[in-house]
Structures are given as structure tokens and as C-alpha cells.
Ligand binder design. Structure first.
Ligand code: FE2
Length: 226
């Protein structure tokens, strides 16, 4: 092309981008105090509320509840369930282009549970199988010692497994949303993160003395009339 020829327009578009949504429960203090009390009370009862199928090699130093948390009629749990569904349905409508009427025809199957992470606890890399959307809510991030700033952090792996096979100045400073490699989310109390269930993620080892408390959910969907 000669230097004097007009240059054709170049369009940027995202191929295989990964949608992640975040929101925050407004004035989360009262809700989180109720959730914290409810969860720690159950944890104190030992095996009664623990998920009997948890994988010890996958989780260390974590109390994982059974997956029927949202069936409990506790006020705070039901309030939180509504907040989860609000965030997850937004993600579904936004990414699929569904109208409110279409979204209203969806039947949503939800598993929900909580984690209480104690000193030294972590979850190694995993996905949430048999679901399309997952979400995690931060009840209490615990305490983060100054010498362990990256502890207890939710870390998402790059789902494009070969994306960082070769790094040089041509790609090593990709700006958001085109990250390469893993991404840390430092969640604050009241934060809800909604993400596709296929994203591999982990929680890095937590070294606070106070418990770190999160609630998580998996959702799958059917049309009500199918
Ligand atoms: Fe997870």
C-alpha cells in the first residue's frame, strides 16, 4: 500500500471473550452480620452441616456446607438467595440477549453452599461442573496479614489454555478485558462475582486468624415449557 493511499478502517472485536459480572449488596453490614452468625453457628455443630462429599485433597482448612443452603428459610439466607438470582439472571439475560419475558420462562436449578476458611486453608484449582453460571459472595474476607497480601484471594485462570504460550512486547501488556494469564479478585464484604462455571479458579492459602467466609452457588437452566 502506498503511503498516500487512504488506510482501510480496522475493526476490533472480541472473539471468545469471557463474561464476568460483579455487583455489591447495598449497605451489606446487617445482612453480613446475620449470615456470619448463621454460618458460624452451623460450623460449630461439627459434621451435621458439613458436605459429606467434599474432597479433602481439593480443600484444606475449610468447612464446606452441604449444597442445599438456599432451602433454609433463615431470613438472611433467603435475602442472599434473591441477591444471587438477581445477579445471575442479569448475566444470563445480558449474555444471551433474553428479554424479561424470556427470562421469566426460565426454570433455575440452584445449588448453594458456604465455606469457612481457617488459618492456612485453601482450595486448589477447580471448575464447577454440571452448571453454566456460578457465583460467589463475600460475607467476611477475614484479616490479611501485611506480610501475606496475596492470601485468601480468588484467582481465575485464563480459560484459553494456550493463550500465553509465547509472550513478547506484542502481547505482554494487553489491556483489560484482554488479560493473559490469571486474574486475582480481592473481594470486599458484600461483593458478588458471577462467572461461567467452566473457569478454573482457586483460593490462595489464607493466613488470617479470623475466619474467611464466602457463599457460593451453581445454576443450571431449563425452559419451563420444554
Ligand atoms: Fe469454586
Amino acid at each position: 500500500m502506498s503511503a498516500t493511499a487512504s488506510k482501510p478502517e480496522i475493526r476490533q472485536w472480541g472473539s471468545h471473550a469471557t463474561p464476568v459480572f460483579s455487583t455489591r449488596y447495598p449497605s451489606e453490614g446487617v445482612l453480613n452480620r446475620e449470615l456470619r452468625k448463621f454460618i458460624l453457628d452451623q460450623e460449630s455443630q461439627g459434621e451435621r452441616y458439613r458436605n459429606p462429599d467434599y474432597i479433602p485433597s481439593n480443600q484444606v482448612g475449610i468447612f464446606e456446607s452441604s449444597f442445599d443452603l438456599f432451602k433454609d428459610l433463615n431470613r438472611a439466607i433467603q435475602e442472599l438467595k434473591g441477591f444471587f438470582l438477581h445477579g445471575i439472571l442479569h448475566a444470563v439475560m445480558e449474555t444471551n440477549g433474553y428479554s424479561a419475558d424470556e427470562a421469566g420462562r426460565l426454570r433455575v436449578m440452584t445449588d448453594a453452599w458456604y465455606h469457612v476458611t481457617r488459618f492456612g486453608g485453601y482450595i486448589s484449582s477447580h471448575i464447577h461442573s454440571n452448571a453454566t453460571w456460578s457465583a460467589v459472595y463475600m460475607v467476611d474476607p477475614g484479616v490479611h496479614p501485611d506480610d501475606r497480601p496475596a492470601g485468601g484471594v480468588l484467582n481465575f485462570k485464563d480459560p484459553r489454555v494456550t493463550a500465553n504460550m509465547y509472550l513478547d512486547p506484542g502481547n505482554q501488556q494487553w489491556r483489560p478485558p484482554y488479560h493473559l494469564g490469571s486474574v486475582n479478585y480481592e473481594m470486599k464484604p458484600g461483593d458478588l462475582l458471577v462467572f461461567p462455571s467452566f473457569i478454573q479458579h482457586e483460593v490462595t492459602p489464607y493466613f488470617g486468624e479470623a475466619p474467611r467466609i464466602t457463599v457460593a452457588a451453581n445454576c443450571s437452566f431449563r425452559w419451563q415449557d420444554s
